[in-house]
Design a binder for this molecule. Structure first.
Ligand SMILES: N[C@@H](CCC(=O)N[C@@H](CS)C(=O)NCC(=O)O)C(=O)O
Length: 240
């Protein structure tokens, strides 16, 4: 565990429980959304190859993130966790403000989670897939990155009113894409995308959700996840 800045053991069971995995981009987007809305939860860090029975009981599909609310309701899709968190009090402008912006944000998330994620897996782990699937994966990722770059050249964020739902949902996956082969990524011409990604990577928001938690075990005191630093992200003059 890191210095334990915002991590304090809690005793009662009144907070929601988030099953999370630090490096998982889906879990990351859920933690980011909880952070921007300043929603405290108890964080249970999961080892994916040894998932706790409590997680499997809450959500047999056995992916992270999973949020278990104090009333027993289970939210086991990252986007739904984001929307639940935002409903608790997202900052002004974080949620799309009209139907068109909402459709646009959800379209970005759908493309990220669908074709981009599929291509990203094959670009990142070509040996796990048949050659014909791995082939072309990088180009498919590049097509998505190119479209992001084009959009971000016309406005600084995917959200029309600032860093918002779509930015938060998509950025952890672009982070992963950029990290597959950093020197190759650096050579690509996506200036607006790189500005946006750098702002995310250097943000207090991201670092506030990346603290290390020891793997959770039953009976262990629960740890509170309550990032208190800057809950929003903006492109500072450094990046603009
Ligand atoms: N559609 C799910 C996908 C979540 C997901 O696939 N998470 C991965 C980790 S990044 C996982 O838990 N995989 C199960 C495993 O590796 O056993 C969501 O949006 O929450």
């Amino acid at each position: 565990m890191s210095a334990g800045r915002d991590i304090a053991p809690v005793e009662d069971g009144v907070l929601p429980v988030l099953y999370s995995f630090r490096r998982c981009p889906y879990a990351m987007r859920a933690r980011l959304a909880l952070a921007v809305s300043q929603v405290p939860v108890l964080l249970r860090e999961v080892v994916l190859r040894d998932k706790p029975a409590a997680l499997l009981a809450a959500s047999p599909k056995a992916t992270v993130p999973v949020l278990v609310l104090p009333d027993g309701r289970v939210i086991d899709q990252s986007l739904d966790i984001m929307l639940w968190a935002a409903a608790q009090g997202a900052p002004e402008g974080w949620l799309p403000s009209d139907d068109a912006a909402n459709a646009d944000a959800h379209a970005w998330v759908a493309r990220c989670d669908g074709p981009f994620k599929r291509a990203l897996d094959r670009f990142k782990y070509p040996n796990r897939y048949p050659a014909e699937e791995a082939e072309g994966a990088r180009e498919a990722c590049m097509a998505f990155a190119g479209e992001l770059d084009e959009t971000l050249a016309s406005r600084p964020y995917l959200g029309r009113a600032g860093w918002g739902l779509a930015d938060t949902a998509v950025a952890p996956f672009v982070r992963q894409f950029a990290a597959v082969d950093p020197s190759w990524f650096d050579q690509q011409r996506w200036p607006a995308l790189k500005t946006w990604l750098t702002a995310f990577l250097e943000s207090d928001l991201l670092s506030s959700v990346m603290d290390k938690y020891p793997p959770w075990q039953p009976g262990q005191p629960d740890l509170r996840f309550a990032p208190v630093r800057s809950p929003t992200l903006s492109l500072s003059s450094r990046h603009a």
